[in-house]
Design a protein around this ligand. Structure first.
Ligand code: HEM
Length: 433
């Protein structure tokens, strides 16, 4: 076959059988049993296109892993997604709203899409990621002790006979842990949590009202200006803490701008808050709703790592990860147009029976760490080791403190938060007998 014939024989991927909202928590059927639609995608149309949204969805484990690890694909959506792409337009609008507010006080701030490592490729991405990764990695041996202290405090504050695992426990841990690791003053933790909450909730909701979107932009701008204040202070009074070390590297010639430092500092808070809280409450939920697995874990505590991995696999806190095609290209015999968002469905890939036996079962006796919940390739989650440690410390301390913990029998849940991107419980009331 000539090159031209081969190109002609390629097809564009079939139309996705579900609309954008039908694959999000906003749809009641999806919310109740996402696995039903995800298996239709995986089995019947593992690569499908949603032309209206300008995106191609990948559902098989092998394909999602390949897409996320493909160095020829980009995360610079502003530069490479088609100018008419609705996902790109929504992202640029959010960035512009925040940047406009932040520039009232900080005219040089360039905005998220130009400063965050999540939107960078190749050397530029490595340059920024390396500095934050070095600082985080140099604190690895504090992860367990810092989390342990935070978890002990939170458990002491719990009522002894009933509480909500989400609001009273899981959500109180990650912001405090990251703030301590980043040497942020303790009195600032609640406002950081409020900003991140407001920014994340509306940013990822396709149904957010104009007021909620405005509040999200304001919260993000507040977080940026808070980070700018910290950076200015570290420059005026050099310190050898997390941010102080990054500021010193910049002063000594490391090529990183103030906008990049502050934006990625804000990212450390936002990327690890909701996700890690969801992992903690989802793991507790799966254990309490699978008594045999819980009994096995109480007997063999060394299975905790398996429990966390299988919770990550079944209920990935981030359900998909995007890339963008820079040029038209072939993939598995399909022609992928340039400028489309290529979305790897982590939720679908994690239940692929080509990789996992009985993929819809929660089973802590097996080590099922090949899930894709940390994403892949150069952008693999920077905080995976921290998040895993937090989940292990939190779940083991909770089970030890309450040897007879049950889901409140009157609770008719589970109740999932409405988000197209995150999967997490809204609440998980429990009783101590
Ligand atoms: C259970 C908790 C977490 C989950 C499930 C999670 C998941 C993810 C995923 C799926 C990505 C995108 C990867 C890709 O595009 O291939 C990501 C990126 C990232 N995560 Fe996490 N994350 C978690 C916790 C954390 C924590 C605690 C931190 C903070 C220290 C963090 C920091 C980041 C950063 C900075 C990135 C961007 C990396 C880059 O673009 O190079 N994450 N995470």
């Amino acid at each position: 076959m000539s090159k031209e014939d081969a190109t002609e024989s390629r097809q564009t991927p079939p139309q996705c059988p579900f609309s954008y909202l039908e694959l999000t928590e906003f749809d009641a059927d999806y919310r109740a049993r996402p696995e039903d639609r995800l298996s239709v995608l995986r089995d019947d149309c593992p690569i499908s296109r949603d032309a209206g949204m300008g995106r191609v969805l990948f559902a098989k484990h092998e394909d999602v892993r390949a897409i996320l690890g493909d160095k020829s694909l980009s995360k610079d959506f502003a530069a490479h997604a088609s100018p008419t792409n609705p996902l790109r337009a929504a992202m640029l609008k959010q960035d512009a709203d925040t940047a406009e507010l932040a520039r009232e006080e900080w005219p040089e701030y360039v905005g998220q899409r130009d400063a965050s490592m999540i939107f960078m490729d190749d050397e530029e991405h490595l340059r920024v990621r390396k500095l934050f990764q070095e600082q985080l990695n140099s604190r690895t041996d504090q992860f367990a002790s810092v989390t342990g202290r935070v978890v002990t405090d939170v458990i002491e504050s719990l009522s002894s006979d009933r509480f909500d695992v989400v609001a009273d426990f899981a959500r109180l841990i990650p912001i405090r842990v990251i703030a301590i690791l980043l040497d942020i003053p303790e009195e600032d933790f609640p406002k950081i949590q409020d900003w991140v909450d407001a920014a994340i909730t509306a940013s990822f909701s396709p149904l957010a009202s104009a007021e909620e979107k405005a509040a999200a932009a304001q919260s993000r701008a507040d977080l940026i200006m808070y980070g700018k204040g910290l950076l200015d202070q570290r420059k005026a009074e050099p310190q050898d803490d997390f941010l102080g070390t990054i500021a010193s590297a910049q002063r000594d010639g490391y090529p990183i701008s103030d906008s990049e430092i502050v934006e990625n500092l804000a990212l450390m808070f936002s990327a690890g808050f909701v996700t890690t809280a969801d992992l903690i409450s989802s793991t507790v939920y799966l254990l309490l709703s699978h008594p045999t697995q819980l009994a096995m874990l109480r007997e063999r505590s060394q299975l905790l790592g398996n429990a966390i991995d299988d919770a990550l696999r079944l209920l990935p806190p981030i359900m998909s990860a995007p890339r963008v095609s820079v040029e038209a290209r072939e993939f598995q015999g399909f022609e992928l147009p340039a400028g489309d968002y290529l979305i790897g469905s982590i939720a679908a890939a994690n239940r692929d029976d080509a990789v996992f036996d009985s993929p819809d079962m929660f089973d802590i006796s097996k080590r099922r760490a090949r899930h894709l919940s940390w994403g892949g390739g150069a952008h693999t989650c920077l905080g995976a080791s921290l998040a895993r440690t937090e989940a292990k410390e939190a779940v083991s301390a909770l089970l030890a403190a309450f040897p007879s913990l049950d889901i409140d029998p009157e609770f008719e849940g589970p109740e999932w938060r409405l988000s197209p991107f995150f999967r997490g419980l809204d609440r998980l009331p429990v009783v101590v007998s």
